[in-house]
Write a protein that binds this ligand. Structure first.
Ligand code: FPP
Length: 221
């Protein structure tokens, strides 16, 4: 969900306001995803690198996550959205960790759309953690294969990402779902995240639908 800062500068408002507009775009996008019949959506809200931002901005993002849990996600839950968090928990303040866990518990039975919020998430950190779990589980080297590692990622069910959308004109993956997106179709849009809307999501899905996925094999003739 990139481009909140540039959106804020373009509108002459604070970066915090830009992130707030980003939270509104998140709500809009989840509702658009439900309308399109998308069953799983992962959004990148805070990376392992984002801790390096100014402390005020980091604090604002923590408050925004808390407000989103209070104000937006219960409304989405009424529409059947199950919310889960992807990433490290241990560096997040306990009061916020508790809110995250409570929301996960409260929405556990919902199944219209599964919304994963990647928060304190890094693709490299996730793979390192999976490697650590392989060692902790005492696997013999010959038993270490893709299935064994994938089973130890934060959310093994996300194994194969179909479509990865990057907003704001940047042409990078930026440490997002490095393992899971190995064969994802990539769609880049110039739209800054706060301006992203249902039409943009539909356009990206249409681009995806027109692609031929081969997973490294040769296309059928
Ligand atoms: C990147 O834009 C965006 C973030 C680091 C934060 C994303 C957060 C939201 C969209 C808020 C809603 C989400 C929750 C649940 C907290 P940037 O600030 O790097 O933009 P820039 O590249 O234009 O400066």
């Amino acid at each position: 969900m990139d481009g909140n800062g540039r959106w804020a500068a373009a509108h002459g408002v604070t970066v915090a306001e830009g992130h707030r507009a980003g939270a509104r775009a998140l709500r809009r996008t989840v509702e658009a995803a439900i309308d399109l019949g998308i069953e799983t959506l992962v959004v990148y809200a805070f990376s392992t690198e984002n801790w390096q931002r100014p402390s005020d901005e980091v604090a604002d993002l923590m408050v925004l996550l808390s407000e989103t849990i209070d104000d937006e996600l219960p409304d989405l839950a009424k529409q059947g959205v199950r919310t889960l968090f992807l990433g490290r928990r241990d560096r997040i303040e306990p009061w916020l960790q508790e809110k995250m866990s409570a929301l996960e518990t409260e929405t556990a039975g919902l199944d219209t759309l599964r919304l994963w919020i990647a928060f304190d998430y890094g693709g490299r950190a996730e793979i390192v953690e999976a490697a650590r779990r392989l060692i902790e589980d005492g696997l013999d080297p010959e038993d270490v294969d893709e299935d064994a590692l994938a089973a130890r990622l934060y959310a093994p069910e996300l194994r194969e990402i179909d479509l990865l959308i990057r907003a704001s004109g940047e042409l990078r993956i930026s440490n997002f779902l490095l393992w899971e997106a190995a064969y994802a179709e990539l769609v880049f849009t110039d739209k800054l995240w706060p301006d992203f809307d249902a039409g943009d999501l539909r356009a990206a899905v249409e681009v995806y639908a027109a692609r031929q996925r081969r997973f490294g094999a040769r296309a059928a003739t």
